[in-house]
Every structure is written in C-alpha cells, then in structure tokens.
Design a protein. Structure first.
Length: 127
C-alpha cells in the first residue's frame, strides 16, 4: 500500500509516531503525500478514537519509540488496512488513506477532490 521511492533516507523522525506516515517512520524524506497520510490518521482518530497501534506507543511518549518498539509500530501500521481502520465510517476515509499512501514522492495531490467529499460528509453530519 505504501510507496517509498525517494532515495534520500536517514532523516530523523519529526512528529507524532501514532500519526506519522510510513515514510517518516522509515526515516525517508517526506513530501505532501506524507502530510496527507498523517492527516488521514488524525481524521480517523478524531472520529473513531485510538488507533490500533496506540497501545504500543501512547501518543504522549514518542521517546519510547525506538528499536524493537519502533519496529513493532511499523509492523502494526503495515498490517493495518484502510478498510479495517475505517470500519463503520464513510468509504471516503479509507479512500483518502489509500490515495495518500499511493501517491508518488513528487506527485501533486488532488486536494479539491477529497475536500468536496469531506465537506459533503460534514453537511450530512450537521443535519
């Protein structure tokens, strides 16, 4: 599901491990796709609650994520499917995560596509 073709690796992780993209966790240079992947995790978290891997590394303890713990977190994220993470939600959430993870490093995301879809969900929720 995740594409990692940028040759620049060895970057120090910045951010929250629970919401970080797979590229970021692997130490790869990040781009717009990584921002969208992180946003997808945050949106899912805000609607559903704790993500499956939060039991491994609580959001408040990024220092704990090193060595074997980080490898376990990466494994759990790699095993998670968009449909599994977004169970019970509008299909837009899973589609958004799949889209973000499938972008190439320098590819420009179609922001307006998902903006319209999430706005439609928000309107239905307001009613």
């Amino acid at each position: 599901m995740w594409t990692m073709e940028d040759p620049q690796t060895g970057h120090k992780f910045r951010g929250n491990f629970n919401f970080g993209s797979m590229n970021a966790l692997h130490g790869n240079r990040q781009s717009r796709r990584d921002n969208l992947e992180s946003l997808a995790y945050i949106l899912i978290y805000l609607v559903v609650g704790p993500l499956p891997w939060e039991a491994v590394i609580p959001c408040t303890n990024n220092e704990a994520a090193n060595g074997e713990l980080l490898l376990l977190l990466i494994t759990l994220k790699e095993e998670a499917t968009p449909d599994g993470l977004c169970s019970g939600l509008s299909s837009v959430f899973a589609d958004f995560l799949r889209y973000a993870c499938g972008l190439r490093y320098a590819e420009t995301p179609d922001y307006s596509k998902f903006q319209k879809e999430f706005e439609a969900i928000a309107k239905v929720t307001e009613e």
